[in-house]
Design a protein around this ligand. Structure first.
Ligand code: DSN
Length: 443
């Protein structure tokens, strides 16, 4: 019996989501469209198996084929990134980063990472995350031009002598300065960890420099530019093994049984292997390079259309629209208006944001998913024009100062945007345009 027959409710939800994707443009830079083959592995019976432990040393019987899948995933990771060790079991990026802390730090140690409103990640020491509760977090920042403030990192590292320094972000548009930060970490004897979640696919494609020669440890999610299932990988470099020859054993123990995980998600592991197999093919190099070309083209056209971007452009797959020329806290307005025009982006803080993380003043967008659909620079020009037009429609709205007034104001804003003629016309154009670019995993 098909899912449609056995559970029509969930079937309809999945179909509606497929339609949303088919008829719109996915531009959240941390999302992508996985291949039918990745989806096939992800939907396989490997999900049924318990296999705590590691290949050849499990707590359950019947793991001979799971062992093969995990070994293959590890081998493909080592080949794709050029590292001597990989743990492919982390459920996702946050548990992977937590395992890194467990393997390298003691509770109370000092850690450094990029400040969240400056584009950094929650798990790199943000005040609301456990990483700042168990460890003493010293955040570093970006400068006015959007680049990491290397001098500040150096001064803070010399003053606070951290045990670990992160390099990585969720909203950083410039190439990561792996070499400079690794020198600072080496100078104070800290572990230098590169969290390449956003740019893993770009690194494999040669479209962003690799941290392999600079970092001791590398973490990544597998579902962003790498275009795999949701999941994560921890890698240790030769430099990491030289710093601590027992680091591999410590990391395995930190993932399981020491950390927040139980049995590995074997369907996910196998799907990561499929994604890595795809990423090792020559066409993936073209894909990764095209992501960056598209992002640069989109950024250029947006700026020509009068849209302000943090750091005036991008080196990677994403850009950050700075809406402060119109007012503060307008990210949600542009996000929702673009949503109504079938373009999906996310509201985001910008460096020095005058508003709050919930009502930030920026919007983050990127090109991994639309590049998967085969779009090129010509299409970016069209998309940029639409975004600039939508931005023009929201610029006279203002986030109320009084918190009580925000919800009713936003409700009214959404009602007005739903009836807005420009938005309606763009939505129709996006629909026609999207039909020309089928999504690989969606029939
Ligand atoms: N949520 C991810 C992102 O969107 O970048 C980071 O964890």
């Amino acid at each position: 019996m098909s899912l449609k027959q056995s559970d029509p409710k969930i079937y309809e939800i999945i179909e509606a989501e497929k339609q949303r994707k088919r008829e719109g443009l996915e531009m959240i830079p941390s999302e992508n469209h996985t291949s039918p083959q990745v989806l096939e592995a992800l939907g396989s019976i490997l999900t049924d198996k318990y296999s705590e432990g590691y290949p050849g040393r499990r707590y359950y019987g019947g793991n001979q084929f799971i062992d093969e899948a995990e070994r293959l995933t590890i081998a493909r990771t080592k080949e794709a990134f050029g590292v001597p060790y990989a743990n492919v079991q982390p459920y996702s990026g946050s548990p992977a980063n937590f395992a890194v802390y467990l393997a390298t730090c003691n509770v109370g140690d000092t850690i450094m990472g990029q400040n969240l409103p400056d584009g950094g990640h929650l798990t790199h020491g943000w005040k609301a995350n456990i990483s700042s509760k168990l460890y003493k977090s010293v955040p570093y920042h970006v400068k006015k031009d959007g680049y990491i403030d290397i001098k500040e990192v150096e001064a803070l590292a010399n003053e606070h002598k951290p045990k670990l320094i992160w390099c990585g972000a969720t909203a950083y548009v410039r190439e990561f300065p792996f070499e400079e930060l690794s020198k600072i970490a080496d100078g104070v004897g800290a572990f230098f960890v590169a969290d390449i979640a956003h740019i893993a696919g770009l690194i494999i494609a040669g479209a962003h420099k690799s941290p392999v020669n600079f970092a001791h440890i590398i973490t990544t999610t597998t579902h962003k530019t790498l275009r795999g299932p949701r999941g994560a990988i921890i890698m240790i470099t030769e430099k990491g093994l030289a710093k601590d020859p027992e680091l591999a054993e410590k990391m395995d123990k930190a993932v399981f049984p020491g950390g927040v995980q139980g049995g590995p998600h074997n369907h996910q592991t196998a799907a990561i292997a499929v994604a890595l197999g795809e990423a090792l093919k020559p066409e993936f190099k073209e894909y990764g390079k095209q992501i960056v070309k598209n992002a640069k083209a989109l950024a250029e056209e947006l700026m020509k259309g009068g849209v302000k971007l943090v750091s005036n452009g991008t080196d990677n797959h994403m850009m950050l629209i700075d809406l402060t020329p119109y007012g503060k806290g307008l990210g949600v307005f542009l996000q929702d208006a673009l949503d109504l025009a079938s373009m999906t982006v996310n509201k985001n803080t910008i460096p020095g944001d005058p508003s709050s993380p919930f009502y930030p003043s920026g919007v983050r967008l990127g090109t991994p998913a639309i590049t998967t659909r085969g779009m090129k620079e010509e299409e970016m020009k069209i998309i940029a024009t639409w975004i600039a037009q939508v931005a023009n429609e929201i610029k006279n709205y203002r986030l109320p100062e009084n918190k009580e007034e925000i919800k009713p104001y936003l409700k009214k804003f959404r009602e007005e945007m739903t009836e807005n003629q420009t938005i309606k016309e763009i939505k129709q154009e996006v629909l026609e345009f999207s039909k020309r670019f089928p999504i690989p995993g969606i029939s």
